[in-house]
Design a protein around this ligand. Structure first.
Ligand code: MRU
Length: 351
């Protein structure tokens, strides 16, 4: 990917604070919030100011840095790293990148302390670890984009759900990375972006970032995907994911499962793009993935307007699981993985 990409960065580390793009306000307002404590970061994750699996992990890593930087002794620092990491892990349950990043920060801190570094050196090294998590994500997404683009041909229509773009990651995105790459290479792709109820990540974020980049994007309501597929306008679906279980079942934004079923019914390939940090071999199947449920108000009065009767019962799961039978391939930085997923996902981690 060349440096033509000019998307907004969701997480900016300034050296002493985290400037976080408030994604709740997009596309109308571009506001960066200065975060200075682990609690600020916890709240930003919980309330979707930062969202998208890799971006959550990156923000949390900086949260550990912020939460441990005032420690006055090695003992205090070690304890603060553990405590803040455990606290940040309670912010949201589904995206495994959060736990992956926090585990990496804890392991790095233990390593630095074990190497006999001074307190100041440990703090500096831990900050560098968070920076590395962010910059590695950028490189990873570039590779995912290159692999994914091999699946698309000039003139194809591709549908995506939710936002797995630059805003959800350090840069480029996972599922949206091939669209940026195609644009640079003069390959024409027509993207259909599901609006993604109830929080509208597709409308507010995906349509926004693709339009900003000059990618041909058409916004549709979630319930239009079947109709658009039946017209023959969709040649492939590509989505991101919050967690891939060991058997290849995939948790992603609510509505993804319906899209996968529709894709199968229409004979359309269904691709999932993610870094290795989203693959959780410790979780055997999709049934074992914790699915976040969010407040009823996201459905009854989203964006400040009441659209349902007071007191109505609401079910609001933020994610669903697409069984691996519906997944054509999983695209990672190490290449494209197909069934049998159990065996082939495991191989990714072997070398
Ligand atoms: O609730 P969100 O907005 O955090 O959900 C995000 C998604 O479902 C994304 O598709 C997923 O995290 C992949 S981001 C590369």
């Amino acid at each position: 990917m060349s440096e033509n990409y000019a998307g907004l960065q969701s997480v900016i580390w300034t050296g002493d604070k985290l400037d976080l793009l408030d994604q709740r306000l997009l596309p109308e307002e571009i506001v960066y919030l200065p975060l200075t404590t682990a609690q600020d970061v916890w709240e930003a994750i919980r309330h979707l100011k930062v969202r998208g699996a890799p971006a959550i992990g990156i923000a949390a890593a900086y949260g550990v840095v912020l939460g441990s930087r005032s420690a006055a002794s090695m003992e205090e620092w070690n304890a603060a790293v553990q405590k803040e990491a455990d606290y940040l892990a309670t912010s949201r349950p589904t995206a495994v990148n959060l736990f992956w990043a926090l585990d990496r920060m804890k392991a790095a801190a233990a390593r630095f302390a074990g190497e006999g570094l001074s307190l100041d050196q440990c703090k500096e090294a831990l900050m560098r670890e968070a920076i590395a998590i962010q910059s590695e994500d950028e490189e990873t997404n570039r590779l995912i984009g290159e692999h994914a683009l091999t699946l698309f041909k000039d003139g194809m229509g591709v549908l995506t759900h939710c936002n797995a773009g630059g805003l959800a990651t350090a840069k480029y995105g996972t599922a949206l990375a091939p669209f940026y790459l195609a644009k640079e290479q003069g390959i024409q792709l027509r993207v259909f972006a599901d609006e993604t109820r109830p929080v509208l990540q597709g409308a507010r974020l995906t349509a926004f970032e693709l339009q900003q980049a000059g990618v041909d994007v058409t916004l549709i309501c979630d319930n239009m995907a079947g109709m658009v597929m039946s017209k023959g306008w969709v040649d492939a679906v590509i989505v991101g994911t919050d967690r891939v279980a060991a058997n290849g079942d995939v948790a992603n934004k609510i509505g993804t499962y319906s899209v996968a079923v529709l894709a199968k019914a229409h004979g359309i390939p269904f691709y999932v793009a993610c870094p290795l940090s989203t693959i959780d071999l410790e979780t055997p199947t999709g049934a074992d993935i914790p699915i976040e449920e969010r407040g009823a108000e996201e459905i009854t009065e989203g964006f400040g307007k009441r659209t349902a009767p007071q007191g109505v019962k609401v079910f609001n799961p933020a994610f669903d699981v697409t069984p691996h039978e519906y997944v054509t391939a999983i695209i990672t930085e190490k290449g494209i993985v197909q069934a049998p997923f159990e065996e082939n996902l495991r191989k990714l981690f072997e070398n």
